[in-house]
Design a protein around this ligand. Structure first.
Ligand code: B1M
Length: 211
């Protein structure tokens, strides 16, 4: 089997030791860093598609993401040396008052898999902090998660805080989480709604393909 397929399948199977071994072998052979990255991301794309179709579940996704992260850690310094830039940058966080982070972490992992540089603000993030960090890191996308009907309105505050500070046009805002839907996203003025982590990755991939 081709080395890139082996690497992709090791990511899909969440086999962290194999991912590391295949990445090391590829680096030692002098394979192109982008090809190594693409092979791993192809594996994670398959994982995202299977997750979307309910063929695999949260634990498998987390295990695959952990294996992917191990490989990415090995490739990241080489990418920096070779001057290859991530496709874009995003901040992600769960809104103020909300401590749920499993879904947010999955979205983060899929976005890393889609080639984004992610700044994770964690949970219970006040609207002002989304703006402060987005500006400090000069991000393209702001990703906001909420899991409670009592906290989803905080997403509106995130959007309005960007507006109040005169920087709404600098970022795209994507929202998601169990109580959120497309019509809510539209009502609060968000740019995108993603129902799940794989869709979030598809949205940013399409966004950066255009730019
Ligand atoms: Co909470 N909780 N919880 N809880 N909890 C829910 C959400 C609830 C539906 C359970 C229920 O009653 N049936 C309910 C909310 C009801 C409502 O608002 N309508 C609820 C409640 C009430 C509460 C507390 C208030 C309970 C209490 O104390 N009385 C409390 C609130 C604490 C707080 O946040 N202030 C609370 C606490 C907790 C725990 C701490 C125990 C724990 C969280 C642990 C953690 O996250 N580290 C927890 C959990 C685990 C849940 C359930 C069981 C599972 C949530 C989860 O992780 N799902 C949940 C019930 C349920 O959903 N079945 C529940 C798996 C995860 C992969 O899915 O997060 O939906 P999800 O993410 C998906 C999509 O939504 C989407 O992609 C993800 C992957 O595909 N997505 C995005 C998410 N964010 C996105 C962002 C995007 C795009 C897509 O773009 C930016």
């Amino acid at each position: 089997m081709e080395w890139s397929n082996q690497l992709s399948q090791a990511v899909q199977g969440g086999n962290a030791p194999d991912v590391k071994a295949f990445v090391q072998e590829a680096i030692d052979r002098g394979e192109d860093i982008n090809a190594i990255l693409d092979a791993m991301l192809a594996g994670m794309t398959v994982v995202g598609q299977k997750f979307k179709k309910n063929e695999i579940f949260v634990p498998e996704v987390l295990i695959a993401a952990r294996a992917l992260n191990g490989g990415l850690d090995m490739v990241k310094p080489l990418l920096m040396e070779s001057g290859v830039k991530p496709k874009g940058k995003a901040v992600i966080g769960t809104v103020e008052g909300d401590l749920h982070d499993i879904g947010k972490n999955l979205v983060k992992m899929m976005l890393v898999g889609a080639g984004l540089d992610i700044i994770d603000l964690g949970v219970d993030v006040p609207p002002e902090r989304f703006v402060d960090e987005a500006l400090a890191h000069d991000v393209d996308v702001v990703c906001v998660s909420a899991l409670l009907t009592t906290t989803m309105d905080k997403m509106r505050d995130v959007v309005s805080t960007f507006e109040a500070r005169g920087v709404r046009d600098r970022v795209k805002i994507m929202v998601g989480g169990a109580p959120v839907n497309a019509s809510f996203a539209e009502k609060i003025g968000a740019d995108y709604y993603a129902p799940d982590a794989a869709s979030a990755a598809e949205i940013v991939t399409a966004l950066f393909a255009k730019t």
